[in-house]
Ligand binder design. Structure first.
Ligand code: C2O
Ligand code: CU
Length: 477
């Protein structure tokens, strides 16, 4: 239905989306009907990230502007998305966080043939859960995501609390030099440690944007970390009531409301938060990343319009999700060890950079990392290794995720949502997530009920770690 697809496409664009949320009422529901169709043309598009005199930068996007498009569905609606490959390399779309059937998961060679330049590929599925999801390619991700190839997929819940605005904040750094040109997205030095960090931080592709919100309104902000590398810990500062923002969902999954004050987000993680906008038009709140010693301002929320009527600020829970409950009593425990490879371990910091023969000796292998001592061969998917483990369909499993490295790793599973159980390092709030941040030396227990058959990728979402070995797949059969 062309009309529906046009309407969906018209919602593209973060700035436009933020603007459309202003002025009272929540965003219009997505188009009627059972099917929403979108076309996603992946190609290079110039977009200004840095102010003049820098040039516009050669982004790669699915829509006219990063971040885009924002696809909105009502729960129960079916999505038919056609990828059109306008790139000079093969690609695919992975629907991050969606519990879909394996054939729609968008992993080249594993779940579908790669979509070649000029080709199209149609994905079709009905997301079973409401929430804030996103999509991105699954090969050469370090460059393509680095250049902006990602979009938001929002599935609106039925019922539940009302909001006066519903915003998407896509938080991402860019690896740009002063002229606006992209620098190297990866380096052996970065890939073998915490990753290569971008040079400029943005929200929706804008440096410290001013995002308008309805005065005295209850604002739902869907905070996405779509960076390839950086871990962030966000605050909404300056609220008049309620002590900042409150988390209401993690990776799209409802969480009993709790203050946003210490929930670090690794790459690919999302938090839905709610906060009350200031009563006086023109007043502002600050979105800040406090993860590093020096808190970094990311954006400003500014109240506009006539103040909405006073009401008490009381964050309410979203309707419960229907993720299959793992049977913990009868679950099988599967150890999953995340480590540096033996070869990389030989080299300490100084050696890695100083050895003249390091390149030929080991770094050309580009496998610094492993899961259960198995490294994914190189960055692509052409040579499939055997699965990390094979699970029996219908059984429940507890993964013991053990981080044997001194670095952070956001661990992601395709096609499933983890029940996050416990950690030996910290008190864990039980919750559902598709990506969990493993702290250095931490052991974290997560569980799934293996109800969804197929070969499911399982990897670190720091893209350089994923591309240099910390990736595998789990077979459910
Ligand atoms: Cu967003 Cu394989 O991941
Ligand atoms: Cu990692």
């Amino acid at each position: 239905d062309a009309r529906l697809s046009r309407r969906s496409l018209l919602r593209a664009g973060g700035a436009a989306l933020a603007a459309s949320a202003v002025g009272g009422g929540s965003l219009a529901a997505p188009g009627g009907g059972d099917l929403v169709e979108v076309e996603l043309l992946a190609k290079q598009r110039m977009q200004r990230i840095l102010p003049e005199p820098a040039n516009a930068s050669p982004l790669v996007t699915y829509a006219e502007r990063f971040p885009g498009p924002v696809i909105r569905l009502r729960k129960g609606q079916r999505l038919r998305a056609t990828l059109v490959n306008g790139l000079t390399e093969h690609t695919s779309i992975h629907w991050h966080g969606i519990r879909l059937s394996n054939a729609e998961d968008g992993v080249p060679f594993l779940t579908q043939p790669p979509t070649k330049p000029g080709e199209r590929h149609v994905y079709e599925f009905t997301p079973p859960d409401s929430g804030s999801f996103f999509f991105h390619p699954h090969c050469n991700t370090v460059e393509l995501l680095g250049r902006g190839l990602a979009g938001a997929l929002i599935v609106e819940e039925e019922g539940g609390p009302a909001f006066d605005a519903d915003l998407v904040c896509m938080i991402k750094d860019w690896q740009l030099d002063k002229t606006g040109a992209f620098g190297a997205f990866t380096s052996d030095r970065g890939a073998s440690r915490a990753g290569t960090f971008g040079s400029v931080s943005t929200v929706n592709g804008l440096i410290e944007p001013v995002i308008d919100v309805p005065a005295n309104g209850d604002v739902r902000a869907r905070l996405y970390n779509v960076d390839s590398t950086r871990v962030i810990d966000l605050r909404v500062e300056g609220t008049e009531s309620g002590g900042g923002a409150w988390i209401i969902a993690v990776d799209g999954n409802p969480l009993p409301p709790r203050p946003l004050d210490g929930w670090p987000m690794g790459p690919a993680m999302r938090l839905d938060v709610i906060f009350r906008a200031p009563k006086d038009p023109g007043k502002t709140l600050r979105l800040t990343n406090v993860y590093s010693a020096q808190p970094k301002p990311l954006a400003v929320f500014r109240s506009v319009g006539t103040a909405l009527p006073n009401k008490r600020f009381a964050p309410r829970a979203l309707p419960a999700a229907s993720i299959p409950q793992p049977d913990l009593k009868n679950a099988t425990v599967v150890p999953m060890a995340f480590s540096a490879t033996a070869v990389a371990q030989i080299f300490d910091d100084a050696l890695l950079t100083s050895l003249p023969f390091a390149d030929s000796l080991c770094l050309s292998e580009k496998t610094f990392w492993a899961i259960n001592q198995q490294s994914w061969p190189e960055g692509g998917h052409e040579r499939l290794p055997p699965p990390i483990t094979t699970l029996e369909k219908g059984r429940s499993y507890v993964f013991e995720l053990a981080n044997l490295t001194p670095h952070l790793h956001p661990i992601h599973i395709h096609g499933y949502t983890f029940s996050v159980l416990s950690s030996d390092l910290r008190k864990v709030v039980p919750h559902h997530a598709d990506t969990v941040l493993l702290e250095p030396k931490e052991r974290l227990r997560v569980a799934i009920k293996a109800d969804n058959p197929g070969d499911w990728m399982f990897h670190c979402h720091i893209i350089e770690h994923q591309d240099t070995g910390m990736m595998g797949y789990i077979r459910v059969a």
